[in-house]
Design a protein around this ligand. Structure first.
Ligand code: ADP
Length: 512
């Protein structure tokens, strides 16, 4: 499989700076492993401050020419990049499964979803408008932008759970607006990012417009933050790192967008269509083995339907086939690493110690590695860690409620509180919560009901940036994605996704 990627030229194992493939200046490398097997797929450079500084300079130098192209010229490059991604979709999906672990079918879905952001923003590049504002003084005219202006060099820091799509939904609008970019993908999944960058070069996106560095995350992050040439940071990842980046952006007053953690409620009302609710909750919870920030973290079920729903849901969960994502029929891959697995174990142990029932699953999978059994916990309550912490794994906690008001109150109660246990892992959120810092989140929520008035009432009352009504998979390139409260700032996708990369300029024409 890796040979196939080598033949296609998509297995790139160096960073990209100014259009050149580069090793770390000190020769250091990091291994990229397949989480399903532990095999080393490739090594990539472990870069730091110096490489990042050069990547920023190359983005800065390219900004003047890229931003001066016409929107139509930039649009054509992006469209070509989209076409190349689609024509290599099998290879890109294979790379995603190899380094991230998700089933191949989901990886193919991610390629289509990820590519769609480039196609969409290739089109939006041509739709940047300004306003003429009615004058309040006779001899003057006011206008907002001849066009708005690209903000400048963008630092984009992305996570491992969507190795392609988290990059395209940042880089797509950035390049469309005329910005140039330094991307730092997750060290767990750099290969997909590098393959996408190779295709960007082939598409004619100029050398230096898109740079990729990876390695020491805090050195790279700090270099981006300290640079006066970087005018914008866009980040998807943990709340803890997001807060650090926000604080670090203050000294140079960078524009910033953040897509951080969630603790998504999924509310099943008595009047729900049972099949729709089971199918939708399953999709919202178990996609990518529960490793997305919009995955249902708390399934709140109304008393009257609780038993029926719990039985049908548990049956559906038991049918989920766990395994290596390359094996036909697999729908649940491994978790990304041992730390993620330990976090899931800790959260499940906490729930069962406090009285939750294990309806199905509840332990490491017999396949070993980082596989965990798809799990349903019954009779979960607010005292349990899982009510407050994003589990980021294949564990569905069911909780009962009686009234609509109670469900809304529980759903909006996202105070992460103080956590009494510490789990030494890379998941910064967990450690941060241990320090007693309170996190109120509000990214995605789901409701299942056949009552139209209720769907309006509840979706309006939920303090969340995205709400799925009778649907578990809701993200699309044409709609705005982003969170309330500490789930983030700004929106990705949709026409609003462009605003994050533009500065508004107002011009006053006097003495006409
Ligand atoms: P997760 O817990 O999902 O791995 P992280 O927030 O740790 O989420 O990681 C998301 C991205 O942020 C990754 O690319 C990671 O390397 C990067 N990252 C982690 N720490 C820092 C930091 N101090 N500065 C900049 N980027 C960081």
């Amino acid at each position: 499989t890796v040979d196939r990627l080598k033949e296609s030229g998509l297995l790139r194992t160096q960073g990209l700076i100014g259009g050149k493939w580069i090793d770390a200046y000190d020769g250091k490398t990091i291994q990229v492993q397949n989480p399903a097997t532990g095999d080393v797929i490739a090594t990539v450079p472990c870069m730091g401050r110096n490489e990042t500084t050069n990547a920023i300079s190359s983005a800065y130098n390219t900004f003047s020419s890229w931003s001066k192209l016409t929107a139509s010229e930039r649009s054509k490059c992006l469209r070509k990049w989209y076409d190349l991604i689609i024509s290599h979709k099998e290879d890109l999906a294979l790379l995603i499964t190899l380094e991230q672990g998700k089933p191949l079918k989901e990886s193919l879905g991610e390629v289509s979803y990820g590519a769609a952001f480039i196609e969409f923003f290739a089109e939006e590049a041509k739709r940047i408008y300004g306003d003429i504002i009615a004058p309040t003084i006779d001899d003057r005219r006011f206008r907002r932008g001849q066009t708005s202006k690209p903000v400048g060099v963008v630092g984009a820091i992305t996570p491992w759970n969507f190795p392609l799509a988290m990059i395209t939904r940042k880089v797509g609008p950035a390049l469309a607006c005329g910005c140039t970019v330094v991307v730092k993908p997750s060290e767990y999944t750099p290969l997909t990012a590098l393959a996408a960058a190779e295709l960007a070069l082939q598409a004619g996106i100029p050398p230096g417009a898109l740079n990729v560095v990876m390695g020491n995350a805090s050195d790279i992050g700090d270099t981006l933050l300290e640079s006066t040439q970087v005018r914008k940071i866009t980040f998807t990842g943990s709340t803890a790192v997001g807060k650090k980046l926000m604080a670090g952006s203050a000294s140079t007053v960078k524009k910033i967008s953040l897509e951080l953690g969630g603790n998504a409620p999924c509310i099943v009302f008595d009047d729900a269509d049972l099949d729709v609710a089971v199918k939708g909750s399953l999709a919202a919870k178990f996609r990518n083995s529960g490793q997305t920030c919009v995955c249902a973290n708390r399934i709140l079920v109304q008393e009257g339907i609780y038993e029926k729903f719990a039985n049908a849901f548990a049956k559906a969960v038991q049918a989920l086939q766990v395994g290596n994502g390359l094996i036909e029929g697999t729908v649940q891959g491994p978790l990304i690493n041992e730390a993620a697995l330990e976090k899931v174990e800790t959260i499940v142990e906490d729930a069962t110690a406090k009285g939750a029932d294990v309806v199905t699953g509840g332990k490491r999978h017999s396949l070993g590695m980082t596989f965990y059994e798809p799990t349903v916990l019954g009779n979960v309550n607010k005292e349990m860690l899982i009510f407050r912490q994003e589990v980021f794994g294949p564990v569905a906690p069911l909780m009962r409620f009686t009234t609509e008001e109670e469900a809304i109150q529980m759903a909006n109660d996202t105070n992460a509180g103080r956590v009494e246990i510490m789990c030494y892992n890379t998941c910064a959120d967990f450690i941060l919560a241990f320090g007693g810092i309170i996190t109120y989140t509000g990214l995605a929520a789901y409701i299942f009901t056949t009552s139209m008035p209720r769907s309006w009432r509840v979706s309006e009352a939920l303090e969340y940036g995205l709400v799925g009504v009778n649907e578990g998979l809701i993200s699309t390139e044409v709609a705005p994605f982003g969170g309330f409260k500490q789930s983030g700032l700004g929106r990705e996708g949709s026409k609003y996704g462009m605003d994050e990369y533009l500065e508004i300029k107002y011009v006053c024409l006097g003495n006409l």
